[in-house]
Design a protein around this ligand. Structure first.
Ligand SMILES: [Zn+2]
Length: 159
């Protein structure tokens, strides 16, 4: 007789995503006009998250930030990365070896600036977050190199 794992991987990812609806991850697309984003975000946040800009290395608010908590999308609040997966890459941007949940970010080939890179975007609102490189630490070997301007830190609640 076949035995199934007690928890499906989908349910586990759902828990990690902390979406507050008891497990299943639902990605609802959020679309706003340019004017609405401009109103909601600071000039730098807008330039990075909506116009695929890059903050200068070692200038962002989170590259040297070590508190426990969740890094949410500055545009829509989706939980994108967590302090548990953050590591010091020395590159001057916040770096993570994995997203909070695979579903919460999506990737796209980026051929700009004569480079072959993989862009990382928010699944929910298509905010530009940064790029992912295959030179990260164990266990994933991934390095999500993310702009602080695309993130908003949410400290872990004291229980
Ligand atoms: Zn978003």
């Amino acid at each position: 007789m076949e035995t199934w794992p007690k928890f499906s991987s989908v349910a586990q990812i759902g828990c990690l995503a902390d979406n507050g609806n008891g497990g299943a991850v639902q990605v609802t697309k959020i679309e706003k006009t340019d004017a609405e984003w401009r109103q909601q975000l600071s000039a730098e946040e807008y330039a990075v998250a909506r116009k695929k800009g890059t903050e200068r290395a070692f200038t962002g608010r989170y590259w040297d930030h070590h508190e426990a908590g969740t890094y949410r999308c500055v545009c829509c609040g989706a939980p994108l990365f967590r302090s548990g997966e953050k590591f010091d890459s020395g590159c001057g941007w916040p770096s993570f070896f994995a997203p909070a949940a695979e579903e919460n970010v999506r990737t796209e080939a980026d051929h700009s600036f004569f480079m072959e890179r993989v862009e990382v975007l928010c699944s929910q609102c298509d905010a530009h977050l940064g790029h992912v490189f295959p030179d990260g630490p164990q266990p994933t070997n991934q390095r999500y190199c993310i702009n602080s301007a695309s993130l908003k830190f949410d400290p872990e609640k004291q229980r």
